[in-house]
Ligand binder design. Structure first.
Ligand SMILES: [Zn+2]
Length: 92
């Protein structure tokens, strides 16, 4: 991750340890995935054995870990880092 945006020079780390909070956001995303897959398996696969739940959720969360990492950091920046979208920079 670069220290600042190459286009608008917005710093990506407002303070040291800023992204510790993203860990909790990522945990929330993972919980959402767990609940969604759990409900889908329960209602669509007719309540399979426990190992099916565990392996399916683990595989799904591992598959989307790169996305969770990036999006939780982006949410953290937008929510607590003072970052705002500026359409003037969108076309550069
Ligand atoms: Zn930028």
């Amino acid at each position: 991750m670069p220290a600042a945006c190459p286009v608008c020079r917005q710093t990506y780390e407002p303070e040291p340890g800023f992204y510790y909070g993203a860990m909790y956001i990522s945990s929330g995303f993972s919980t959402g995935i767990l609940l969604a897959i759990g409900f889908l398996l329960y209602y669509l696969a007719n309540d399979p054995p426990l190992w099916v739940y565990i392996s399916t959720v683990a595989a799904a969360v591992l598959a989307v870990t790169p996305l969770l990492f990036r999006y939780s950091r982006a949410v953290m920046l937008y929510a607590f880092g003072g970052t705002r979208f500026d359409p003037r920079y969108a076309t550069r």
